[in-house]
Design a protein around this ligand. Structure first.
Ligand code: SF4
Length: 199
């Protein structure tokens, strides 16, 4: 981390969103990317996203750490909410889990503030994200910065930048349930239809 800039832990979920946010914040903040995503399944998909996220941090010369991969913690968090659908209660628990771990990491490395790249996605509920971040911050005595990275065409910029950099861009949010929902959408589509991008 650079000593001249404000330190910020940046929770990252995938390389495309990470690249767009690092490009946006890098001049103002000394960033430490934290890959914390026990929601991602299966494990080869997890490792693919992790490897790509690490490459982005190397490219932009920012610190990078990864949490332990503990998918059982995500399963425990969403138990009973499997039918709630993307954007519902299971996502609330998923945000809380990941941002609680991120706040703990932030505290552990002596950083005062953190945020997440997830607000760049049009599929994420910003109020739900901010509530999860604020509550995690309170628990660990750090500050959550409620950025909304989807402003000013943030998501479109992320798509463009990921194409320029040749990054892997997933077509489902991350968990096994979102993967199954993706499969259902594809099956319902007329032959020859394009996959939509979902994160
Ligand atoms: S859809 Fe995405 S945010 Fe919601 S539970 Fe699954 S991985 Fe988490």
């Amino acid at each position: 981390m650079s000593p001249d800039k404000t330190k910020l832990v940046l929770h990252v979920c995938c390389a495309p969103d990470e690249a767009a946010v690092v490009a946006q914040l890098g001049a103002e903040y000394s960033l430490h990317c934290f890959f914390c995503n026990p929601n991602i399944a299966p494990s080869d998909e997890y490792h693919k996203r992790l490897d790509e996220a690490r490459l982005v941090a190397l490219k932009y010369v920012v610190d990078f750490s990864a949490d332990e991969y503990e998918p059982q913690s995500w399963e425990a968090a969403i138990t009973g909410l499997e039918q709630s659908g993307e954007g519902g209660e299971r996502c609330k628990k998923c945000f809380e889990l990941r941002l609680m771990r991120t706040a703990a990491f932030c505290k552990q490395i002596g950083c005062a503030r953190f945020t997440t790249v997830m607000s760049i996605s049009p599929h994420k509920n910003i109020a739900m994200l901010n509530a999860a971040g604020t509550s995690a911050a309170l628990r660990y005595g750090v500050t959550y910065e409620p950025f909304n990275f989807k402003k000013n065409d943030g998501f479109l910029k992320s798509i463009r930048l990921s194409k320029e950099l040749g990054l892997y861009r997933q077509d489902y949010c991350g968990c096994r349930l979102s993967r199954a929902e993706r499969d259902t959408r594809i099956a319902a589509r007329p032959a020859g239809g394009l996959n939509d991008i979902s994160d």
